[in-house]
Each structure stands twice: as structure tokens, then as C-alpha cells.
Ligand binder design. Structure first.
Ligand code: GRG
Length: 297
């Protein structure tokens, strides 16, 4: 039997191996934009979202060859958001995944295009799955991802984030912002396999679980930004305070942010226990919760 760390590594390496193949549509010579897109896509990263997608899919018995295109599309969308978020017109950052950001390495124009290329390739992949299977559930899963990545989800959260710089937010607004900016894509990763498994009766519990997981992920990010170092994280630390961003740390301080994180962790754990009670093997998902609490980057 594999340990949690071994299983995480295995899923990570399956994703690492699959990503370049899913990125290339044709075998033409790479241009600067595709080179830049791959530079960011293949720069490491935890692969937390696709690992979560594969793990939930395994719990529900969805074949890995059906999950993998969706897992890679999620990671491409996530990577595009990081590339664009690092641009001078957004967070203006120079370090990501332990290496110079895409625009520092390739220029602003190429980084913008590289992000666009990743996003478009993700949707191309999703359309391909819909056409290949010709069944409604594949379309519903793709539409759900599009919704969660768009203004109802990640882009909406990023908009709130940008417009609220320098403005102290109330608790509900902060939670909504973080649920959209970070939680929406994590929620999509957890719910796509539920759609593909056609276990609709489980959607609500998986939504509850991943909602808490997403918030916990971002609160941990708030804490790491305030308390860790760029070296450990592979990205610039201390940025939130500089940009006067509303975070759980700026609003409540690190001590209380840790307590709120613990509360989200417990709520995610409880939702998993409930799913376990329905006969699902949620052991690895429990491990993912723990990983998220103790992660250093
Ligand atoms: C620019 C369209 C657009 C959206 C930006 C995701 C995002 C929205 C911005 C990135 C900045 C940020 C702090 C987002 C919150 C989500 C988050 C914690 C991203 C980092 O994800 P990790 O830790 O990174 O999973 P790796 O590199 O491990 O994949």
C-alpha cells in the first residue's frame, strides 16, 4: 500500500507526463508563444488542482483516461491565470514557481499571448472530449469548468481583488472574493469527476467539501505570504501587505487567520467523513486536506 506522499507523487508525475502532449495540437515548430506557455506550464507547481480531480475521480471509479484531459485543462487554465496575474498591469511579479515570471523571461506581449494560448488550448481540449464522447455529461463538465474559470468564478474573484486594494473588506465580502478567486477552480476540479461519474446525489457534499477546501487553500496562502520566504515558496513573499490587499491576515492577524483555517479544515474533514459514510474511500482526500494545512509553498 502506498503512503500519501507516494500516491501524490505518482499522480503528479502522471500529470507532468501528460501535460506537454495535451498542450501540443500539431507537431509544427514551436514559436515563441508556445515556448513561453510551456515554460510556465512545465515549471513545477504543486499540481494540486489536477491531483484533486484525479483523486476524486478515482474515489468515484471514473477511468483515468477520461479524467486526464479535464485535469490537464484545469492546470492549463490555472497556469494562464498565474501568467496573467504576474503581468505588470496586475500583480507585477518577477518570480513564479521558482523561476523568473513569463513576462520577465519573454516580454509582456509574449506572456499575454502565452496565457491566451494556454486558455485556448484548454478549451480546445475540452471541446475535443465533448466531440470524442458525444455524451451530455462531458459537455456539462466542460461548461462547469468554463463557468468556474469565468466571471462567476476566478475572473470575478480577481476583479473583486483588484478593485478592493487599499479598501478594508468585511468578512463576508472577503470570503466571497476568495471563494471565487481561488475556490472556484478547486471546486471545479472536485466536481468535474462527480459529473463524469453521474453520481448527482453526491454533488452537494462534494461542493461543500471543496468549498471549504478552496477557502482553506487561500487562507493558507494568505498566511504563507505574510510569514514565509520567497525562497521557500518559489514566488515573492510579503506582497499582500505591500499592495494593501484584504486578506485573512490583514483583517485578523496571523493567529486568528490560523484559527479560521483550522475551522475550514475541520468543515472539509467533516464533509469527507460524511462521504466516507456513504461507502467511498476518502483516505487520500483526507491526506490532501492535511497536505494543504502543512504545505510550505
Ligand atoms: C489573471 C484571469 C486572472 C486570474 C487571476 C489565480 C489568480 C486569478 C491569480 C493568481 C494569484 C493568486 C494569489 C491567486 C490565488 C490562487 C492561488 C493561491 C494561486 C497559486 O496556486 P498554487 O499555490 O500554485 O497552487 P502552484 O504554482 O503550486 O500551481
Amino acid at each position: 500500500m502506498m503512503t500519501f506522499a507516494e500516491e501524490y507523487k505518482l499522480l503528479q508525475s502522471l500529470i507532468e507526463d501528460a501535460l506537454p502532449g495535451y498542450f501540443w495540437e500539431s507537431k509544427g515548430a514551436p514559436d515563441k508563444t508556445s515556448e513561453a506557455a510551456l515554460y510556465s506550464l512545465m515549471a513545477g507547481g504543486k499540481r494540486f488542482r489536477p491531483v484533486l480531480l484525479l483523486a476524486v475521480g478515482k474515489v468515484l471509479g471514473v477511468p483515468i483516461n477520461e479524467l486526464m484531459p479535464y485535469a490537464c485543462a484545469v492546470e492549463m487554465i490555472h497556469t494562464y491565470s498565474l501568467v496573467h496575474d504576474d503581468l505588470p498591469c496586475m500583480d507585477n511579479d518577477t518570480l513564479r514557481r521558482g523561476q523568473p515570471t513569463c513576462h520577465v523571461k519573454y516580454s509582456e506581449a509574449i506572456a499575454l499571448l502565452a496565457g491566451d494560448a494556454l486558455l485556448n488550448r484548454a478549451y480546445h481540449l475540452l471541446f475535443n472530449e465533448c466531440a470524442r464522447h458525444g455524451e451530455e455529461k462531458y459537455i456539462i463538465a466542460a461548461m462547469y469548468l468554463a463557468k468556474m474559470a469565468g466571471y462567476d468564478g476566478m475572473i470575478g474573484g480577481q476583479t473583486m481583488d483588484i478593485l478592493s486594494e487599499g479598501i478594508p473588506l468585511d468578512n463576508d465580502t472577503l470570503r466571497l472574493l476568495q471563494r471565487k478567486k481561488t475556490g472556484a477552480l478547486l471546486q471545479a476540479a472536485a466536481l468535474i469527476p462527480v459529473v463524469l461519474s453521474e453520481r448527482d446525489e453526491l454533488s452537494e457534499k462534494f461542493a461543500e467539501y471543496s468549498g471549504h477546501l478552496g477557502l482553506a487553500f487561500q487562507i493558507k496562502d494568505d498566511i504563507l505570504d505574510a510569514a514565509s520566504t520567497g525562497e521557500k515558496m518559489g514566488k515573492t513573499a510579503g506582497k499582500d501587505a505591500k499592495a494593501e490587499k484584504a486578506t485573512h491576515v490583514s483583517l485578523y492577524g496571523i493567529g486568528r487567520a490560523e484559527m479560521i483555517l483550522e475551522g475550514e479544515f475541520r468543515a472539509a474533514h467533516k464533509a469527507l467523513l460524511n462521504l466516507g459514510g456513504k461507502g467511498l474511500d476518502v483516505q487520500f482526500l483526507m491526506g490532501l486536506n492535511q497536505y494543504l494545512l502543512t504545505r510550505e509553498n
